[in-house]
Design a binder for this molecule. Structure first.
Ligand code: ZN
Length: 382
């Protein structure tokens, strides 16, 4: 067995209605003045105003920042840092899916140490603690509430830059399943498959260890049994709880084990064509799982048992059965069958391949991949 280091430094607080416990957490964190980062969509559905009310009713100072693009840019972060400094706040709350969390992490970093996003891109380039952060996910999800990475798009090159540092892990993750029970079905589907992929890629990663395996397996079990029911009816409380916790466990798993080719290759799809992260991952998933089958050491059968609802494998199991189940899952959840259907064109392939190869996740993929392999996989998924 390989050596490993596993840590989960934050408090994870789960409960239906736990959003109301925000003031208690802020007091515990010694924070009287808070800066909330969210997005215009959550303002529109009233969640930002609900957060504002909860915070202000507890006599705490509050500033909000909502100017984010769906794939947040360097400019979004620069503006957030300016607004954060002007607010004199002591903590950052990130309310939302991956976007607000990515911007909150980068804002906490740049407000503490200065510089720009590009100065910190890569692994562990942050020298110490940043502004304390409380993460409240409204999707299930990115798992970003427990991960060390912030992904910010360079709008000039469309490259999605990743800052990965354990100093960026939020201090508190507040999980309230009520917050995901009004999601549109399409977002529940894309985010839900993404969470499943986090668990699956962490489980298959070359950097996995017994701790991350345990988290990834439990995540696949919870998401596997509930993703279909949750997308069918987001007000299904049991399914929402499974998805919220499953997504969080998957985040814990991949924060240590990292991911694989699906995530390495989906970032350029989002960067160049604006495809939502979860949708890009879901479309690439069957093609890459088929490619990785050559490296399977018995784990595909376990993954199949978690996701093939109501079916259990026997000794006749083959990797094709997992690939077919994942294709059917996408179809059931309304995910397009190929990249062409979401507007991806061949002309950007050379740049996409180059950007995918820069991702550290290529190195964690169970089957070694060259740029030729990555190009072949993109062509297959088109
Ligand atoms: Zn993801």
């Amino acid at each position: 067995m390989k050596d490993f280091h596993f840590t989960i430094p934050q408090d994870v607080i789960f409960g239906k209605g736990s959003f109301e416990r925000l003031p208690e957490i802020l007091r515990k964190a010694n924070c009287k003045n808070v800066f909330l980062i969210s997005d215009p969509g959550l303002k529109k559905v009233g969640l930002v105003d609900r957060a504002a009310k909860i915070i202000q009713n507890a006599d705490l100072q509050y500033t909000e920042f909502l100017e984010l693009q769906p794939n947040p840019t360097v400019h979004n972060v620069t503006e957030a840092v300016k607004a954060f400094k002007a607010s004199d706040a002591e903590s950052i709350i990130a309310l939302g899916g991956g976007g607000p969390m990515d911007v909150a992490k980068a804002t906490g970093l740049l407000a503490t140490y200065g510089g720009t996003v590009i100065d910190y891109v890569g692994l562990e380039k942050v020298s110490g603690s940043v502004v304390p952060m409380i993460a409240i996910p409204t999707t299930a999800g990115t798992g970003s509430e427990v991960t060390a990475s912030s992904v910010i798009t360079d709008s000039e090159t469309n490259f999605k830059m990743s800052i990965i540092s354990h100093y960026l892990i939020p201090q508190y993750a507040l999980l309230d399943p009520d917050l995901i029970m009004t999601l549109p079905a399409s977002i529940a589907a894309a985010c839900g498959v993404d969470a499943f992929i986090h668990a699956m890629e962490a489980y298959l990663s070359k950097m996995g260890n017994p701790f991350t395996d345990a988290m990834a397996e439990k995540a696949m079990e919870m998401i596997g049994r509930s993703i279909r029911a949750f997308v069918a009816s987001r007000d299904n409380e049991d399914a929402a709880c499974d998805m919220m916790i499953g997504s969080n466990l998957a985040g814990v798993a991949f924060a240590s084990a990292l991911l694989g080719n699906i995530h390495a290759m989906s970032h350029p799809v989002s960067g160049f064509f604006g495809v939502a992260h979860g949708v890009a991952n879901a479309i690439l998933m069957p093609t890459i799982v088929e490619y990785n089958a050559l490296a399977d050491n018995g784990r595909y059968r376990k993954i199949y048992d978690y996701i093939a609802l109501g079916k259990k494998s026997d000794d006749s199991f083959t990797s094709d059965m997992l690939v077919a189940t994942l294709k059917k899952l996408n179809e059931d959840l309304g995910i397009p069958a190929n990249l062409t259907a979401v507007g991806v064109t061949e002309d950007k392939l050379p740049e996409m391949v180059a950007d995918a190869m820069k991702s550290g996740n290529i190195l964690r993929n169970p089957r070694q991949s060259t740029s030729k392999d990555v190009e072949m996989l993109y062509r297959k998924a088109l």
